[in-house]
Design a protein around this ligand. Structure first.
Ligand code: ADP
Length: 445
């Protein structure tokens, strides 16, 4: 929930079209304060934690009680008119809203359940207590689904497909297309697709937040929604989480801490970025993706390419036929079929020519583009063979240097991603080359 609350705080100064529609702005200022989005996110989270495993009727009643409680404790958080009247009157009846309030407060539902079906059912409940219009319910379900998918390892393309297919939102516009005419609107229909687009386009947690703010509109809510999804996909940088905590009152912090403890039990925290060496056959590794040192046709070959196609079975070749080949240094992704790995990332290494500096850049591109593609598919364990060091003749030690330097540079750019990179070593000499680089024995010339 830090992601949603950070989005709320960081977006708050720019609400009501007060921003300059740019990604360049100070993340925090004196005006970066929590608003109604945070108060109700906390209220929903508390109600859901209190009713885990209980019937829907109890969840429904707990949601109303909790929203009334937190709403009265924080009456000046900036609620919309209809919701405020609902709070003040103590009403327990919904009022047919399709305002974006149902989507902004739902993030905890994306984390607490172990199936997408339950996640959607509970998300709908959190909306229906006030926002029982079909669009209000749809907004909440869509956001909770995106969070569920992101935290369980789906890639961006998969999340996008699911949202379009299930909820019919238009996600075909880019942020550059949305930005010029977008303005303050408080409906689910005109906030949820824009927030999801900002998430899809952003390149890390902070970039998603900045992208969402740059769209303008109902900025705190838009960014709250985008931030909630981004947290599930990327995690939240420690420094931002600390800043968030420092800006929250104690009672809200206590709910967040309880939620975090519970969530940790639901899903282990992501590991740090790290590299490890593994002797043996890459096709046997139990990782999210293995990288194939392919040739430009992507239609199979010798060496590691042949081994991967043999192990994955004929469906891999079938899928590769539809990819239209691949340029040197670039990367394309397929399913893993019979492999333990869910995916194969195919990249084409350069054929080595002594003294040709382009070789080194192209080899580096192979590693970088493979990692970027992995990130776009929410892959957190990836195994590389020693690309180009077989038939393509790249000297092993030089190739190891390029590989390790490229991977560590990518780690530095993505410090919170949590990627485990396995360097698959088919022979002892290759392992020694990597070890030399990692021990600092080989200096780049
Ligand atoms: P390239 O054409 O890019 O040089 P090769 O497949 O000829 O690709 O060789 C790349 C590296 O992969 C070589 O170091 C080779 O020893 C290694 N290799 C071959 N088969 C496997 C395998 N099954 N698992 C891991 N590495 C392998």
């Amino acid at each position: 929930m830090f992601g949603a609350i950070l989005g709320d705080m960081i977006g708050a100064p720019y609400e009501f079209d007060r921003g300059n529609k740019t990604k360049e702005f100070p993340l925090f200022s004196r005006e970066s304060e929590y608003t109604d989005d945070t108060a109700m996110t906390i209220a929903v989270a508390e109600a859901l934690m209190d009713t885990l495993g209980k019937p829907d009727g109890e969840i429904h009643d707990a949601l109303i009680r909790s929203m009334h409680k937190w709403g009265r404790m924080y009456p000046d958080a900036g609620y919309g008119g209809m919701f405020y009247r609902w709070l003040l009157s103590g009403s327990t009846q919904p009022y047919g809203s399709y305002g974006n309030g149902s989507a902004m407060r739902v993030s905890s539902a994306g984390w607490l359940y172990d199936s997408l079906e339950t996640t959607r059912r509970v998300a709908a409940l959190t909306a229906a207590v006030t926002h029982n219009h079909p669009e209000g319910i749809k907004g909440a379900e869509a956001v909770a689904s995106a969070i569920y998918l992101a935290r369980t390892g789906a890639g961006k393309a998969e999340i996008k497909d699911y949202i379009v297919r299930e909820f019919g939102y238009n996600l075909s516009r880019t942020c550059d297309q949305i930005r010029p005419t977008y303005h303050h609107v408080e409906t689910c229909q005109k906030t949820v697709p824009e927030a999801i687009t900002a998430f899809l386009e952003g390149t890390d947690f902070e970039d998603v937040i900045r992208t969402a703010v740059s769209l303008g509109g109902d900025c705190d809510t838009l960014t709250c929604i985008a931030g909630g999804i981004a947290e599930a996909f990327y995690g939240v940088p420690e420094a931002l989480a600390a800043e968030c905590k420092a800006r929250l009152p104690k009672d809200m912090r206590a709910v967040l801490e309880r939620f975090d403890a519970l969530r940790t039990r639901v899903r282990p925290t992501r590991p740090e970025n790290r590299i490890c060496l593994e002797m043996g056959d890459i096709t046997l590794l139990d990782v999210d993706a293995i990288v194939n040192a392919a040739n430009k046709s992507l239609l199979g070959g010798g060496g590691v390419d042949g081994a991967i196609h043999r192990a994955a079975g004929p469906c891999l070749l079938e899928e590769c036929r539809g990819l239209g080949g691949c340029e040197t240094g670039e990367a394309k992704i397929t399913d893993g079929y019979r492999l333990k790995a869910r995916h194969v990332i195919h990249t084409v290494g350069p054929v080595y020519r002594a003294g040709d500096t382009k070789c080194k850049l192209l080899l580096s591109d192979c590693y970088r583009n493979s990692l970027e593609l992995a990130k776009a598919h929410n892959i957190h364990t990836i195994a590389f063979p020693a690309i180009s060091t077989g038939a393509y003749g790249y000297p092993r030690q030089e190739a190891a240097m390029v590989a390790i330097l490229t991977i560590t540079a990518w780690f530095a750019e993505n410090p919170y991603y949590g990627m485990t990179v396995v360097m698959s070593c088919f022979d002892e000499q290759t392992r020694r080359c990597y070890q030399n680089v990692m021990d600092g024995f080989v200096k780049e010339n």
